[in-house]
Write a protein that binds this ligand. Structure first.
Ligand code: MLT
Length: 304
């Protein structure tokens, strides 16, 4: 019997793929063959000598001690693309949130309760206080054209945006095949200089830490709106706070609610909900389970 340990709640639609005559599944095992994990940080966990594979039901692998796994010959998978539609949709929502003060106006409208005949006048006032801008016709810079970046680029074009793409890692031809009509930026500087919105979809690696920093912020248009549904560490928070203060950045929408970003005017912090949809939980679990089965039973290492 193979022993599969689940850290975090893994969607049952995925777990039910395991044939129960060959697999035991539990949240604790002293000698698991494989671990399936969602977001729990594993850096301080002891990795048992029985462990052959870790499957991360999600895209980022920064909760996994990759170097330790490599030393011990433990295969690590992620589930690229499985949550891409969920993240694409929240990025679109973030663009709307950044353009129209939907969140602020909802809070404000709570104050209308019990106002009776005054409501009509107050609503008129609300209309003038909460005016926004449209995203149609605006320029979106997509940094990172992997599964998520390409979906965001295509969806933004459907909304009438002018989309510029840049990817420091993957083959440009490959990305451009996937993303219809996205214009290639000459380089980061020209990309950032013309963008009304910037969305980041690159992994957090030692070399991408603080990718959005003082220097890049200086290249941007005044009032630019920045969206970060990739990883908090890709943005230098001190530099971002300065750019918010000076008005270079009009809005920063982040899925990483780090302490210094909370309750700051023009920063919208969301509690890491990018991939939290029912469909995405199911897709990630199914992909992770199939990867584990394929590895344990056939020795295949396919991460796609
Ligand atoms: C991911 O890496 O898949 C996303 O950030 C979603 C998550 O971890 O919750």
């Amino acid at each position: 019997m193979y022993k599969i340990q689940t850290l975090n709640k893994i969607d049952p639609e995925g777990l039910k793929i395991f044939p129960l005559d060959q697999y035991e599944i539990a949240s604790e095992f002293s000698a698991p063959d494989a671990i399936i994990v969602r977001s729990q940080a594993m850096h301080d966990l002891e990795l048992p000598s029985s462990l052959l594979a870790i499957a991360r039901a999600g895209a980022g692998v920064n909760n996994i001690p990759i170097e330790k796994c490599t030393e011990k010959g433990i295969v690590v998978y992620n589930t690229p693309g499985a949550n891409a539609h969920a993240v694409k949709e929240i990025v679109l929502a973030a663009m709307f949130l950044a353009s129209r003060d939907i969140a602020g106006s909802i809070e404000w409208a709570k104050g209308l309760k019990g106002k009776g005949a005054e409501v009509a006048g107050l609503v008129e006032k609300g209309k003038s206080n909460f005016g926004g801008t449209e995203i149609r016709g605006k320029t979106l810079a997509v940094i990172g054209l992997g599964a998520i970046g390409v979906l965001v680029a295509n969806a933004a074009q459907a909304l009438g945006m002018n989309v510029l793409g840049y990817d420091p890692y993957i083959s440009v031809n490959y990305a451009w095949k996937l993303s219809r009509n996205v214009k290639k930026a000459e380089g980061v500087e020209s990309l950032l200089a013309s963008a009304d919105f910037v969305t980041i979809h690159i992994p957090q690696l030692p070399e991408t830490k603080g990718f959005i920093n003082k220097d890049k912020l200086k290249m941007m248009k005044k009032g630019v709106k920045i969206l970060n549904f990739a990883r908090g560490g890709l943005v230098n928070n001190a530099d971002m706070l300065e750019a918010i203060e000076s008005g270079i950045v009009g809005k920063y929408v982040t899925d990483f609610p780090e302490d210094e970003l909370i309750n700051v005017k023009n920063i919208i912090a969301i509690p890491h909900l990018g991939a939290s949809t029912e469909e995405s939980e199911t897709n990630c679990a199914i992909m992770a389970v199939n990867q584990v089965i394929d590895y344990l039973e056939n020795g295949n290492i396919v991460n796609s």
